[in-house]
Write a protein that binds this ligand. Structure first.
Ligand SMILES: [Zn+2]
Length: 135
């Protein structure tokens, strides 16, 4: 009997519309951080993001958005968050991981393109992103 040691890694599916929404939101707030709430559903194999919600009462600043997510009302159904890193890489900071909410954290770094977007799980492991035109 063979035991599979590796856990099946989920991948993240984003619609084109969601991807463009994250990019536009990040660009609009540059050089400040921007944050969005992700809506969608999860299965064993994937996390499907099909909508974005602008979180209420978010104060945006160069280093603020990581804190703001802590105050998210849990009445908003969400599967994760997306936020921007105006400088540096799209790797999650320690603070990002401490404030992790949901199943996925999407981070997009300047200059805010598909290629500068990363998706991470609760432990900071990178997940593959697939952008689809429609679901
Ligand atoms: Zn961050």
């Amino acid at each position: 009997m063979v035991f599979k040691k590796e856990k099946v890694q989920r991948h993240v599916v984003l619609t084109r519309q969601v991807t463009d929404g994250i990019i536009t939101w990040a660009k609009t707030h540059h050089p400040n951080e921007a944050i969005l709430v992700l809506r969608g559903k999860t299965t064993k194999e994937k996390i499907v993001v099909d909508g974005l919600v602008i979180p209420p009462f978010v104060e945006s600043g160069p280093f603020y958005s990581g804190f703001a997510i802590h105050d998210l009302p849990y009445t908003i159904p969400h599967i994760g968050t997306a936020h921007s890193h105006p400088g540096g890489s799209n790797r999650p900071s320690l603070e990002d991981l401490n404030h992790f909410s949901g199943f996925v954290s999407i981070i997009i770094s300047h200059p805010y393109e598909d290629e500068t977007m990363g998706a991470y799980d609760r432990n900071g492991n990178i997940m593959e992103i697939k952008v689809v035109d429609s679901l």
